[in-house]
Design a binder for this molecule. Structure first.
Ligand SMILES: Nc1nc2c(ncn2[C@@H]2O[C@H](COP(=O)(O)OP(=O)(O)OP(=O)(O)O)[C@@H](O)[C@H]2O)c(=O)[nH]1
Ligand SMILES: [Mg+2]
Length: 401
């Protein structure tokens, strides 16, 4: 609230400017990030407030947009409804929460009948959201298989990625992406995920946490240790992993799959041939390779690239989150418990938050909003009596006729 005060200006009129807009919060994909680990430590993000309006009709400064970087493929859900606010797969920043609206300076309230408005109106608060971030990597191809079968060895042999490789189970602890160059024009992205074991779909081992990463892969490369050096039967391995995939999500089991019989350098010829025959009988293409010698890998790249050309692009999730204001409008709900009245109307709480309850004129504004919406009439119909308590959000009022 401000009034013009100047020498030689008889009665200075109202000149309080509007408040600035609160900053919006956006999210944008950043290919340098490969996990959501940073959000374990920092969970609360607050964008700047707008600055209050100033005299001489000056609008307050707006808050500076807050842009949060997330790994590409992050799905943002609203916690309570689980609905999707955004799928951060593209390059453009996506609006997650809008900043509040600046208030109106008293200049706005001047009219022919109200020449000296002694009140201004606070702005509306910005959106507050609880969100769940879920990373579903964007990769064309997912490498699946038991631990230690050579998934990371294959990725490192066909791409520039440098995953850790070692002769024990669960060497890979989090997904690693690699770009495979087919020729100077063509490339595809491969995700190496931690090894799966029997029961993975129920949370045994590590795989469960990571199965959702292959949710968007267009094709799976199912890697099997055909040498059986760990004492397991390769064909049994193959069936076990497939059944874990289908237990986790039928969609995964139905994905196009190429079977890669690895460690062929230390496997018997007959064993390899027998495995390939059984797998082909089930209708899969199967290629014998050795990540150690590089044999067969060129064929894997060519076959994969050719197959990908026939498959649709990775799935992008469509947002289905409804921002509350748009949906609720001016609806309300009143409950009566022991002669106390509870009004449920989020829009009204927002107006109330922006009302200076100690200022008579400002409060009149609020009163009018209540009666225009039909809330007063409804309270009377419900039998509200003098001095009954009426609750709106965190506020309490006494009803007076
Ligand atoms: N002889 C031979 N050894 C291989 C071959 N491929 C991988 N290995 C070895 O197998 C072991 C496991 O390889 P990794 O690539 O770490 O296996 P992984 O499937 O990524 O294992 P996890 O990350 O634990 O699931 C390493 O000691 C590799 O050197 C191969 O073609 N031939
Ligand atoms: Mg690995």
């Amino acid at each position: 609230m401000s009034f013009r005060r100047e020498k030689f200006v008889a009665a200075g009129g109202p000149d309080g400017g509007d408040g600035g807009k609160g900053a919006d919060i956006y999210m944008v994909s950043d290919d340098n990030l490969s996990s959501l680990i940073d959000f374990r430590y920092k969970k609360k993000f607050v964008a700047e407030n707008g600055m209050p309006g100033l005299g001489k009709n000056k609008t307050g400064r707006s808050g500076e947009t807050l842009v949060i970087k997330v790994p590409r493929g992050t799905i943002v859900r609203e916690r309570e409804s689980n609905s999707i606010i955004a799928d951060i797969s593209g390059d453009d920043p996506v609006l997650i929460a809008s900043g509040g609206k600046g208030g109106y300076g008293n200049k706005r309230f001047a009219s022919s009948t109200r020449q000296i408005p002694r009140f201004a109106k606070s702005g509306f608060p910005g959106e507050k959201l609880d969100v769940i971030l879920e990373l579903k990597l964007i990769a064309d191809v997912g490498l699946v298989g038991f631990p230690n079968v050579g998934k990371s060895s294959i990725l490192s042999a066909i791409s520039a990625a440098n995953p850790k490789i070692a002769n024990y189970h669960f060497t890979t602890l989090s997904p690693v992406l690699g770009v495979v160059k087919v020729d100077y024009m063509d490339s595809f992205v491969v995700a190496d995920v931690p090894g799966l074991i029997e029961g993975a779909s129920k949370g045994i081992g590590l795989g469960h946490e990571f199965l959702r990463h292959i949710d968007r892969c267009r094709l799976l490369l199912h890697v099997v240790d055909v040498s059986g050096i760990e004492g397991r039967d390769p064909y049994e391995d193959f069936l076990t992993i497939n059944s874990e995939l289908s237990h986790f999500d039928d969609k995964l089991a139905k994905k196009p799959m190429i079977v890669v019989a690895n460690k062929s350098d230390i496997a018997d010829r007959e064993k390899i041939t027998a495995f390939i025959q059984k797998v082909e009988l089930l209708g899969y293409a199967c290629l014998a390779v050795s990540a150690a010698t590089g044999e067969g890998l060129e064929t894997v790249i060519k076959t994969t690239a050719a197959k990908l050309k026939t498959l649709p692009l990775p799935q992008v999730y469509t947002p289905d989150y409804k921002r509350p204001e748009a949906e609720i409008g001016r609806k309300f709900d009143i409950k009566e418990i022991d002669n106390e009245y509870y009004i449920y109307a989020p829009w009204l709480e927002r107006i109330l938050e922006g009302t200076d309850v100690d200022n008579y004129e400002s409060l009149m504004y609020f009163q009018r909003a209540i009666s225009d919406s039909g809330i007063l009439a409804e309270l009377e119909k419900m039998g509200v009596a003098e001095e009954d308590t009426v609750h709106i959000g965190e506020f309490q009022f006494e009803y007076m006729d």
